[in-house]
Design a protein around this ligand. Structure first.
Ligand SMILES: Cc1cc2nc3c(=O)[nH]c(=O)nc-3n(C[C@H](O)[C@H](O)[C@H](O)COP(=O)(O)O)c2cc1C
Ligand code: SF4
Length: 590
């Protein structure tokens, strides 16, 4: 490394006040400048920040967007998420391989291109998609590839390519998220109340978190507010990494003011002066506009000191960009990451509301939850509580993708049945609907009368539709591969268990499994679910656990009897035989 590089790295670290808490930003800026962060650079950063080198290396090695070795001048990251593959990502991948003369994971000899796979990039409604130098390309076709490569070689900016176009795809506007808001109105209403009254208003609305778990928002804010510490933080979770989810992309593009309004109200309610929006690295292209909106709000007195003229109420927001790790959506991993560390989930208790960011009480809320909060302060808790169902008030932004005529984002009232939703999005001949992403539930036609709601079928927003022509179990297998790729590796049941699960599942899919293999598959799945440390591992076996009964026929088709013939059978009965043979009981089945 030349002296010149050392100087640049010094300047980058200096920009962040040589603060260890900004290690991730420092590494990201180094990658932006040099394309990678080498061992030498890692050592230099450690020296400047006066921390052990292993700490820097540990963090850097965790994130897929922080390469340790030089990549090509142009980095192509093609999404290989399930829906993308259904829509032809494999064929597009082959076209890239052919055109560049390399395989995935490789760089061309002239160092112009590196070709990589990446997980869901939040564009399943316009798949197949890719990020080239962080610019999103959509609706790719194999025939587009030669021209794309020619154009880039000729020096054209990736953002000027015809495929560099993200459609908004907002297909149904509801009354909570997709309505106009006069900036500052909800904040002014909140400031006319005491923080406790704001929380009481949210309580009246019975708002529950939209990030997946459905925790009552008022209760979370109340817990946070009541902590003794004088410093508290508010974090907006914009990591949106669940496969098939892209509703936050639409909200952040179309309604950023509503999100920031909600963050400011949350800050007032819990008593925080600082808010952080944790934005997934894949959405880096949204950053410029979000920063502009923040600057505008500062100018309007909606952020900063004495907001809306209220003496003593100060609140500001910074955006922390992630670096390509799904587990960072889990709130404690997200906090670690925002502190500039690797995104490993923390043990709980303590919960983030007790000890979160910088060990201070922290409320982590989803993008959509914060939008709802702003609207509640505008229109009242009672108004909100009248929408939806008893236990699931309000609306839900759904990201719909897969086999339907109109993929996109739909704001619907809670309580809509799967059947009605399928009608709305133009889906016919549906074999299954995956509700809640890879970690969610695979719903069979017999259950299409069930409702999207916390009390029935909860979802953070992902709805993936599989037509009758799809090999459903292959799709489930791809979900498991996703979890293997994204496991942070901290605990054995997740790290090793998901691999074991994949192997057993593959054996069955390849027609090499027996009835006993099925019982073993179920047992591994139960163990991974029960023993994993965080939500990622605990839900990683869902693709098996939620299909093994409702889609028993698909398993049965691939199971061999001892004489080698395929079996048609009663799965419950067959599993009983398998389980008894392996010395277990049927307890807990189904
Ligand atoms: C592996 C994993 C990934 C997650 N990803 C997200 C995410 O992308 N966005 C989100 O809001 N919540 C995500 N969550 C849930 C968060 O941990 C947390 O519950 C949520 O941000 C709380 O916000 P809410 O109360 O507004 O729902 C994830 C959880 C797990 C276990
Ligand atoms: S369950 Fe998986 S992702 Fe979660 S801590 Fe364990 S290894 Fe990491």
């Amino acid at each position: 490394m030349t002296h010149h590089y050392r100087e640049q790295i010094k300047n980058i670290a200096n920009k962040y006040g040589n603060d260890r808490g900004y290690l991730m930003n420092i590494a990201q800026d180094i990658v932006k400048e040099f394309g990678y962060i080498s061992d030498e650079m890692v050592a230099h950063v450690a020296e400047i920040l006066n921390i052990p080198m292993v700490q820097v290396r540990d963090m850097v090695s965790f994130y897929s967007f922080l390469p340790r070795k030089p990549l090509g001048k142009n980095v192509i990251r093609l999404s290989n998420a399930v829906i993308e593959r259904m829509k032809g990502a494999d064929e597009v991948g082959k076209a890239f391989e052919k055109e560049l003369g390399i395989s995935f994971g490789e760089t061309t000899k002239d160092n112009l291109f590196t070709l990589l796979h990446t997980a869901c990039i939040g564009l399943s409604d316009q798949a197949p998609g890719a990020l080239i130098n962080n610019v999103p390309l959509t609706n790719l076709k194999p025939a587009d590839v030669p021209q794309i490569i020619r154009d880039i070689k000729a020096g054209k900016n990736v953002s000027d390519l015809p495929q560099a176009r993200v459609l908004l795809n907002l297909k149904k506007e509801g009354e909570v998220i997709c309505a106009p808001l006069e900036s500052g109105q909800a904040i002014r209403n909140a400031l006319n109340m005491k923080p406790e009254e704001v929380i009481a208003e949210i309580n009246k609305s019975r708002l529950r978190g939209r990030g997946g778990a459905g925790f009552p928002t008022a209760m979370k804010w109340d817990f946070c507010r009541k902590q003794k510490s004088p410093i508290r933080y508010l974090i907006c979770n914009a990591d949106e990494g669940e496969p098939g989810t892209f509703k936050d992309r639409v909200i952040l593009t179309e309604y950023p003011d509503l999100v920031f309004e909600g963050m400011t109200i949350a800050g007032y309610a819990i008593g925080a002066k600082e808010g952080i929006m944790y934005l997934r690295g894949e959405y880096a292209y949204l950053l410029d506009n979000l920063e502009k909106v923040l600057a505008k709000r500062r100018h309007l007195g909606l952020l900063g000191e004495n907001i809306c003229g209220r003496e003593g109420f100060s609140f500001d927001i910074r955006i922390q960009l992630g670096a390509g790790a799904y587990v960072c959506g889990e709130e404690s991993a997200l906090i670690e990451s925002a502190e500039g560390k690797r995104g490993a989930p923390r043990d709980r208790p303590p919960f983030p509301v007790q000890k979160g960011y910088k060990n201070e009480p922290t409320s982590v809320n989803n993008v959509e939850t914060l939008c709802c909060a702003a609207r509640i302060l505008e229109k009242g808790g009672e108004w909100f509580a009248k929408i939806g169902t008893k236990d699931s008030t309000g609306t839900k932004m759904l990201s719909v993708s897969g086999d339907c005529e109109h993929p996109g984002v739909y704001e619907v009232e809670y309580g809509i049945t799967i059947e009605n939703l399928l009608e709305l999005v133009g889906a016919k001949d549906t074999q299954a609907v995956q509700v809640g992403g890879a970690s969610g539930k695979c719903v069979a036609p017999k259950d299409f009368g069930r409702r999207i709601s916390f009390e029935d079928l909860p979802t953070g927003g992902s709805i993936m539709i599989f037509g009758k022509n799809r090999d459903l179990l292959e799709c489930m297998h791809q979900f498991i591969e996703f979890f293997i790729e994204e496991s942070c590796g901290w605990c054995v049941p997740c790290r090793a268990g998901t691999t074991l699960l994949e192997k057993k599942f593959r054996q069955i899919l390849d027609g090499k499994g027996t009835v006993q293999s099925l019982a073993e598959l179920r047992r591994i799945a139960q163990t991974v679910k029960a023993m994993s440390r965080c939500g990622l591992g605990q839900t990683s076996a869902n693709p098996v656990l939620t299909t093994i009964y409702d889609f028993a026929d698909l398993y049965a088709e691939r199971i061999k009897e001892e004489d080698g013939k395929l079996l048609t059978f009663d799965l419950q009965k067959a599993m009983k035989v398998g389980i008894e043979a392996s010395g277990r009981t049927m307890e807990g089945v189904k």
